[in-house]
Write a protein that binds this ligand. Structure first.
Ligand code: UDP
Length: 358
């Protein structure tokens, strides 16, 4: 059987690559590499187990560091792995340094490179993720674009060969796991939220955490909300809040990052999601939960255009949150588009393309 190298580095990559890994089992020999960018067990290790994925064959253990340190170390590690194994293709998902490193190493050896979730653009080059997206898309042999809009971004940059509109594997992941989450997760009763209206929040983008005044304004608004707000705190956010000596005294509950099934259950039953995450904007639309995104822009514009997601700043978050917590019609108006990202068969389509062409 031909070998397929699959490189992941962070929590969202493991979640969104899971459907591709499952679809590829039995059709390719898989060589699974973890760059180790996310190394906390709660952001990484437990995900392989809880998603029932094979244990990675290699961990490059790059850990945290500057953009250049992470990219450089992963580049050396991935190049050496690809040179040793010479797989039929290598694939990576999303917009992290693991993707950039895999794209560059594969393009130069060369090994065929497939970019899962190609063509997303925030048009904000101050985001490291945007640089990773653009570079990876321009060296990819296969661009697995989730939406028509992603395909047209690629087209407008002259990337037309090897582009396949597959849908986003986040839909596959949500559909496969939401029933399991409903059956097995006890997170809402553990947090005393069963049957309650509550808000789920996540904040971790450097644009929010690097500016302590901005972060404080966001968490203060959440703490003042008229409903419980659960915020599973990413280690970066936790460390900044601890450094500020932040101690919420109102509605906000800071908890450790949650297992995916628990997070899905919490999100699926929330009244509102407040986030700066890319993946959670998508999941909220799929699970039909109104989403407020604390960012000036988004590479998921279809959610905003469909009216199920709104971009807010620290000052507009409070009134929008209040409106959604008090007005059922406002909430209902921000749902009803669960199919923006596809039909749940993206993983299968990606593997079909690879199986036919590499
Ligand atoms: N997630 C999780 N536990 C949490 C918070 C998020 O499993 O406590 C999942 C969430 O369902 C989504 C992914 O992590 O699939 C999003 O990851 P993140 O926000 O770190 O990355 P981004 O999508 O912004 O790249």
């Amino acid at each position: 059987m031909r070998e397929l190298a699959v490189v992941v580095g962070t929590r969202p990559e493991i979640i969104k690559m899971a459907p591709v890994i499952r679809a590829a089992e039995g059709r390719f020999d898989l060589h699974l590499v973890h760059t180790g960018q996310h190394y906390d067990p709660e952001l990484s290790g437990t995900f392989f187990e809880s998603l029932d994925l094979p244990t990675p064959d290699e961990n490059l253990a790059i850990g945290s560091g500057t953009q250049a340190e992470q990219t450089g170390q992963a580049l050396v590690g991935v190049e050496s792995m690809l040179a040793d194994r010479d797989p039929a293709a290598a694939i990576a998902q999303g917009d992290t340094n693991a993707v950039l490193s895999t794209a560059l190493a594969a393009a130069k050896l060369p090994v065929a490179f497939g970019h899962v979730e190609a063509g997303l653009r925030s048009f904000d080059r101050t985001m490291p993720e945007e640089v990773n997206r653009v570079v990876s898309d321009h060296v990819a042999d296969f661009s697995f674009a989730p939406t028509d809009q992603a395909v047209s971004h690629l087209e407008s940059e002259g990337v037309t060969a090897g582009v396949f509109r597959t849908g986003n594997t986040v839909v596959d992941a949500c559909r496969e796991h939401a029933p399991l989450a409903a059956e097995h997760s006890t997170v809402r009763s553990d947090l005393g939220l069963a049957g309650e209206d509550y808000v789920v929040a996540t904040i971790h983008r450097p644009s929010n955490t690097d500016d302590s005044d901005r972060l404080r304004a966001v968490v203060d608004t959440l703490d003042d909300a008229d409903a419980p707000v659960v915020l599973p705190a990413h280690p970066r956010t936790r460390s900044v809040l601890d450094g500020m000596g932040y101690d919420p005294s109102g509605s906000l509950r800071l908890v450790d990052p949650l297992d995916y099934l628990d997070f899905l259950d919490l999100l699926a039953n929330a009244r509102v999601a407040v986030t700066d995450s890319g993946g959670i904007q998508e999941e909220a639309s799929i699970l039909e939960v109104p989403c407020l995104t604390v960012r000036p822009n988004t590479e998921r514009p279809e959610t905003v255009e469909a009216g199920v997601n709104e971009l807010v700043g620290p000052e507009t978050l409070a009134p929008r949150l209040e409106a959604l917590l008090t007005d059922d019609a406002a909430c209902a108006a921000m749902t009803g588009h669960p199919d923006l990202y596809g039909d749940g068969r993206a993983g299968e389509r990606i593997v079909d393309v690879l199986a036919e062409r590499v």
